[in-house]
Design a protein around this ligand. Sequence first.
Ligand code: ZN
Length: 221
Amino acid sequence: MSNSDASNEGNGNDVSNESSGHVSEQSSSSNVASERSGAFVIPGDFIGTTEEFRAGNSTYEKMGGIYAATTGTTRVDQAHRSVSVFPRTDVPPFLRRGDVIVGQVTGLRESLAMVAIAGAKGVADREISNAAPAVVHVSNIKRAYVKDITNEFGLFDIIKAKVIDIKNMRLDTSESDMGVVKAFCSSCRAPMKLNDSKLKCSECGKIETRKLASTYGTGII
Ligand code: ZN
């Protein structure tokens, strides 16, 4: 369910769509993206830097990096110095509206969180390895107004959410038992513990907030 697992899985069926294919740049970041042309990526995967490439279709920029915004295969266009992600379109549906999923936050934008689905409650008999990328729009995080999405979700957090739209794989965490079930410190990535309704980093002591599931810290998902 981690990014690296998904990437490794993708290495087996790499297909190069580049006919030009020559890489003259010496920097390692260029090589990273070029090597990843045709690689399977999920939302949040690093695919290049803005110094080397323009962010193409289905990618986003963050702090000088270019990341996949959707699940698909990377494509580097040397002529236009751009890197894109071509979405997978052959993913069979496996979830239904109303299903409850557990997934990992792989990317955060101003108005949405990207989630890699790791599993679904009660649907073990259905195929879950081909999980489509999912998103939680800021309006579906909780019933109250969300001022800043990073106060509700953190990168790599594990969340429990309800599927509300299969076509666009949209999730909702507004119910009390939905939300973050495992949070990681934004500074040091250590797990955060809930103490007196405060979420505190077990390593560095940082206090953060999340849209927590009511079962947070109980071990029940
Ligand atoms: Zn910490």
